[in-house]
Design a protein around this ligand. Structure first.
Ligand SMILES: Cc1cc2nc3c(=O)[nH]c(=O)nc-3n(C[C@H](O)[C@H](O)[C@H](O)COP(=O)(O)OP(=O)(O)OC[C@H]3O[C@@H](n4cnc5c(N)ncnc54)[C@H](O)[C@@H]3O)c2cc1C
Length: 335
């Protein structure tokens, strides 16, 4: 059942039609709890607030799987403006980017040229740029581009997903590169990725420890308190330097744990997504943790001050239609 729900939301996250519609409609389904608005002003407010509590941030201008140069150029321009804002407003943060937003599916050289423009400005302002890791179909290309860029830029790194069998080898290959370690958010085939949650968790923890012992700066990106506790103990037992790693979590998730870790003196970084292309990101969060559905349901039926919305029937009909459109589209594509 959990797998069915997970697959359903991952399927929704990839649905081009729904992604387009959601952009037009604006935030709904409680997405605003996990996405810091649509503009640079919105996100800079969120960063400054977190910075006052000792938390640094990484900013993601939402958008992925772009197939049109005008849209990719627009995304690049927004990211360049974001870099200017980070510098001018002296924010403690770096960038997270997705290569498919910058034209990877249009043309690899075009995507690289967009990245070079971004990295040139980021280098000037001494800002780190992390390349998010997307689905396995883009994995090899992402690593190839990273290695190419690393020839001229040290301010760029990427993400390794512990659900992939090859993650350990890739991590060894990227020993000197700043890396974010995650479990992995996409649905991947058993040929390339562990399917069992326990195996993924075990591999994630093992890679984190390995990296602590012999890698460059690493961001451990997880909301899993069992793993965080194990890592804290491991660092203490082995007398490791806290300046060699940080914990990362997503904006809006486990806020208490985020500030607790920062107060305990660990480097902590919150990943803040913003922008109107929120649908795919939000559906992947629902896939990871079906409990987040509570928020969707609460948002559909209740107002901010916990009063029942006037038209819950219309809202629920809307949600049912939404899911039905998605299923019909999926069937059509299959047939
Ligand atoms: C900062 C950041 C960046 C990421 N970047 C990428 C990327 O580039 N590419 C990619 O593929 N994936 C990325 N991910 C997603 C990642 O791969 C996982 O899919 C996601 O983090 C879920 O795994 P988890 O370890 O956080 O917790 P899970 O494995 O989902 O949960 C493990 C346990 O943690 C506890 N828990 C988890 N969430 C909560 C919660 N909200 N409240 C209370 N308890 C909770 C529960 O006890 C749960 O059983 C990123 C994640 C983060 C945090």
């Amino acid at each position: 059942m959990v797998n069915m729900v997970r697959n359903f939301f991952i399927h929704l996250s990839n649905n081009v039609f729904l992604n387009k519609q959601a952009k037009k409609w604006g935030f709904f389904l409680g997405a605003d709890k996990f996405i810091a608005g649509t503009t640079i002003q919105n996100v800079s407010k969120a960063v400054k607030q977190l910075n006052t509590t000792g938390i640094s941030c990484t900013l993601d201008n939402l958008g992925e799987f772009v197939l049109d140069k005008t849209e990719a150029n627009k995304a690049k321009e927004k990211i360049l403006s974001l870099l200017e804002a980070i510098e001018q407003e002296n924010m403690d943060c770096h960038l997270s980017v997705k290569l498919t937003q910058l034209g990877l599916d249009i043309d690899q050289d075009y995507c690289i040229s967009n990245m070079i423009e971004i990295l040139d400005l980021a280098k000037k302002y001494n800002i780190f740029v992390n390349i998010d890791m997307e689905d396995y179909a883009h994995y090899e290309q992402t690593l190839t581009i990273l290695k190419y860029l690393r020839k001229n830029y040290t301010n760029v790194g990427t993400v390794i997903q512990a659900y992939l069998y090859r993650s350990e080898d890739d991590l060894m290959d990227l020993k000197d590169v700043r890396i974010r370690l995650v479990k992995g958010a996409y649905k991947e085939d058993a040929k390339v990725a562990f399917q069992n949650q326990q195996e993924i968790d075990d591999n994630f923890l093992r890679l984190c420890k390995k990296r602590l012992l012999d890698g460059a700066f690493t961001s451990f990106a997880t909301h899993d308190h069992h793993i965080i506790d194990e890592l804290k103990n491991f660092v203490k037992e082995n007398n490791l330097d806290q300046d060699h790693f940080e914990f990362q979590m997503l904006y809006g998730f486990r806020n208490d744990l985020q500030s607790k870790l920062a107060k305990e003196g660990y480097h902590f970084c919150t990943y803040i997504p913003f922008g109107d292309d929120w649908f795919g990101y939000f559906m992947r969060r629902l896939a990871e943790r079906p409990q987040n559905l509570n928020l969707v349901i609460k948002d559909a039926f209740y107002t901010d001050n916990n009063r029942l919305k006037k038209r819950p029937v219309i809202t629920s009909l809307f949600i049912v239609c939404f899911a039905t459109i998605c299923c019909i589209k999926a069937r059509r594509r299959k047939s």
